[in-house]
Write a protein that binds this ligand. Structure first.
Ligand SMILES: Cc1cc2nc3c(=O)[nH]c(=O)nc-3n(C[C@H](O)[C@H](O)[C@H](O)COP(=O)(O)OP(=O)(O)OC[C@H]3O[C@@H](n4cnc5c(N)ncnc54)[C@H](O)[C@@H]3O)c2cc1C
Ligand code: SF4
Length: 306
C-alpha cells in the first residue's frame, strides 16, 4: 500500500514524518528516489512530497553569505545572476548533474542527499536477486570485496563536491529546533547509510560563507549528457590563499584536502588523495583508469590554482 502526503509547511512535514516514523520517504524533485522505488530499493509505505514547501525555495545573499533553500531547483541555480556572478563554481557543478529536463525538478537538497551508488546495488530487484544481496541491501557480504564489514558504495553528489570546496554549512530542522553544521559532517565513512540525517529531520538550507578567488571543476563520466560521476574534483582558493580541493565519486564520502596554497605540492596532493579515497571496482569505469584520472585531474587542478 502506498500513501501520498503533500504538506504545505515544514512544521506539517515534520508532524507527518513523526506519525509514520521509520516508514516514510521524502520526495523533493523525486528524480533519484523514484528510481529507488521502481527498483524496490525503497519500499516505505508513505511518501511525503516536499514540492509545496515554498519557504524552502530561495537564493539570498545575507551578510556576505549565500543561502540556498533546500528545495531550490538546479535549474534555478544555473540561471541565477547572483550565483553566476559570485559563485560560478556552484552553477558549474549544478550544470554537470544529469540532464536539462531532470535539472528542472531536481533540487539542491535532493542532490546533497542523493544515495551512494554501486554497480552491484543500483540494479533491478531481479538483477540483484540473481547474484544475491549485499551489505547495503540487507545481505551479509560485499560483492566487490567479499568482506562482511564495509560497504564502498560511492558518494556521487556533484554539487556536494563544489559546496565542500566552498566550506558550506547545512541547516536542518529537527522537532527540537534548527541545527547548523559543516556539510562535511553530513556524510558518513560507510556506503550503507549515505548520510547522517536522521529520522524526524528535514534539510532546510545551505549556507555558503566564502567566495573563491580562483576555482576549478571537472567531472569524469561515460556519457557527458547523462551519467553519474566516475570522478568529480572541485577546488577553490580563498582571499587568504587557502586551497580546498574536494574529490568525489571515488570514495564513500567527499574527500577534502585543505592546505595553504604556497605549501601544497602536487606530490603531496596526490599522496593525500590516494590515502583518503577508498576507491574499489564498483563503477562502470575500470578502477585502474579512475585512479590514473585522479592524478591527471589533480595535476591540471594544481597547475590552474597556482
Ligand atoms: C538519468 C539520471 C541521471 C542522473 N545524473 C546525476 C548526476 O550526474 N549527478 C548527480 O549528483 N545526480 C544525478 N542523478 C540523480 C538526481 O537526479 C539528482 O541527484 C538530483 O539532484 C536529486 O534531487 P531531487 O530533488 O530529485 O531528489 P529526490 O530524488 O527527491 O531525493 C533524493 C534523496 O534525498 C532525500 N531528500 C530530498 N530532499 C530532502 C530534504 N529537504 N530533507 C531531507 N531529505 C530529503 C529524499 O528522501 C531522497 O532520499 C541522476 C538521475 C537520473 C534519473
Ligand atoms: S560496495 Fe559492496 S556492500 Fe556496498 S553496495 Fe557495492 S557490493 Fe554492496
Amino acid at each position: 500500500m502506498e500513501y501520498y502526503h503533500i504538506p504545505s509547511s515544514v512544521e506539517e512535514t515534520l508532524s507527518i514524518a513523526d506519525n509514520y516514523s521509520g516508514n516514510y520517504t521524502y520526495f523533493a524533485g523525486g528524480t533519484d528516489i523514484q528510481i529507488y522505488r521502481k527498483q524496490k530499493l525503497d519500499t516505505h509505505d508513505h511518501i511525503i512530497d516536499l514540492s509545496r514547501l515554498d519557504e524552502l525555495k530561495s537564493i539570498t545573499v545575507n551578510k556576505d553569505h549565500l543561502h540556498l533553500g533546500a528545495m531550490t531547483t538546479l535549474d534555478d541555480i544555473i540561471s541565477s545572476d547572483i550565483i553566476n556572478s559570485n559563485y560560478p563554481l556552484i552553477s558549474e557543478a549544478a550544470k554537470s548533474v544529469a540532464t536539462p529536463v531532470i535539472r528542472k525538478t531536481a533540487t539542491i537538497g535532493g542532490n546533497l542527499l542523493v544515495n551512494n551508488r554501486c554497480i552491484f546495488y543500483n540494479q533491478s530487484k531481479e538483477w540483484r536477486d540473481s547474484i544475491g544481496s549485499c551489505l547495503k541491501d540487507k545481505g551479509d557480504i560485499c560483492q566487490v570485496t567479499g568482506g562482511n564489514k564495509s560497504c564502498y558504495a560511492r558518494n556521487v553528489s556533484d554539487t556536494a563536491t563544489a559546496l565542500v570546496a566552498l566550506e558550506s554549512e547545512i541547516i536542518f530542522l529537527t522537532p527540537s529546533g534548527s541545527i547548523q553544521k559543516p556539510l562535511t559532517e553530513l556524510y558518513l565513512p560507510c556506503g550503507i547509510k549515505s548520510n547522517e540525517l536522521d529520522e524526524h529531520s528535514i534539510l532546510t538550507g545551505i549556507t555558503i560563507p566564502i567566495k573563491a578567488e580562483k576555482w576549478w571543476y571537472r567531472k569524469l563520466r561515460l556519457r557527458k549528457t547523462l551519467d553519474f560521476t566516475s570522478l568529480t574534483v572541485a577546488a577553490t582558493v580563498d582571499s587568504d590563499r587557502i586551497a580546498r580541493i574536494c574529490l568525489n565519486g571515488v570514495s564513500m564520502s567527499p574527500v577534502l584536502i585543505k592546505e595553504a596554497l604556497k605549501s601544497l605540492t602536487l606530490e603531496s596532493l596526490i599522496k593525500q588523495a590516494r590515502k583518503n579515497c577508498k576507491t574499489v571496482e564498483n563503477d562502470l569505469m575500470p578502477l585502474k583508469y579512475r585512479r590514473e584520472m585522479i592524478n591527471v585531474y589533480l595535476k591540471e587542478c594544481w597547475e590552474t590554482l597556482h
